[in-house]
Write a protein that binds this ligand. Structure first.
Ligand code: SAH
Ligand code: DHB
Ligand code: MG
Length: 220
């Protein structure tokens, strides 16, 4: 049996489903032009995030990890004109590119980028009394347990939590001692499984991003 061509099939899906429009493509290209790593979600994954926002009826969305704002654009479109996305980004240069991309996509009124270490900006959001209907966790994996705990603290019963990168080419299965990211993802999945308020699925994916996946949880 020949190996399945995951990338070509993803490209077929993108083509026939018209998944990535000019603004999303421009955001991805602007990130590459600014020498950011090409680690934004795939086009299909961005669309799934948008659909989850719509299915959940989410109006207020929190994203941890902005990069060039590719996923932020998808989330901001999905919340609609009366919704809001708050996206947290550590690097000012990333936030600057992301804000330009959000403006170019016409969603800058719906999406705000807060600069700082997410553990600090999350505490600021709590002080402001903000509550979110959906949280997308996609930043430094070492802090994933803390980010899921923050998502619960800033959520409500019914809030959806999505966590990116739960497979990492299988490294999460048996993390090497030096692979703190894979270990942290592993530990986060154990924590989610044990958490009395979380109901969680972990989905492996293949495609333009290789072998990875995401977890989806709902807060009880
Ligand atoms: N969600 C984006 C990709 C995010 S990549 C998309 O799919 O389009 C991860 C981002 O998290 C990077 O921009 C990185 O700078 C940021 N990041 C890393 N550590 C962080 C931290 N402690 N607080 C906030 N952002 C962080
Ligand atoms: C990588 C991919 C991601 O989606 C991410 O958020 C961080 C890192 C990676 O492939 O290294
Ligand atoms: Mg990711």
């Amino acid at each position: 049996m020949t190996a399945p061509d995951w990338v070509s099939l993803d490209e077929l899906f993108d083509r026939v489903l018209h998944t990535e429009d000019d603004a999303l493509r421009a955001a991805r290209e602007a990130g590459a032009a600014a020498d950011m790593p090409a680690i934004e979600v795939s086009a299909q994954h961005a669309k799934l995030l948008a659909l989850l926002v719509k299915i959940a009826g989410a109006r207020r969305v929190l994203e941890i990890g902005t990069l060039a704002g590719y996923s932020t654009i998808a989330l901001a479109r999905a919340v609609g004109p009366n919704g809001a996305v708050v996206s947290l980004e550590h690097k000012p240069s990333h936030a600057e590119v992301a804000r330009r991309n959000l403006e170019h996509a016409g969603v800058d009124a719906q999406a705000e980028v807060l600069v700082g270490a997410a553990l600090d900006t999350l505490a600021q959001l709590q002080q402001r009394g903000e509550v979110f209907d959906l949280v997308f966790v996609d930043a430094d994996k070492e802090n994933n347990i803390a980010y899921v705990e923050w998502a619960i603290a800033l959520g409500r019963p019914g809030t959806v939590i999505v966590v990116d990168n739960i497979a990492r080419n299988g490294r999460v299965l048996d993390p090497k001692p030096a692979d703190q990211q894979a270990q942290a993802v592993h530990d986060m999945l154990v924590m989610m499984g044990a958490h009395p308020r979380l109901d969680t699925a972990a989905i492996q994916t293949v495609g333009t991003k290789g072998w990875d996946g995401f977890a989806v949880a709902v807060i009880a």
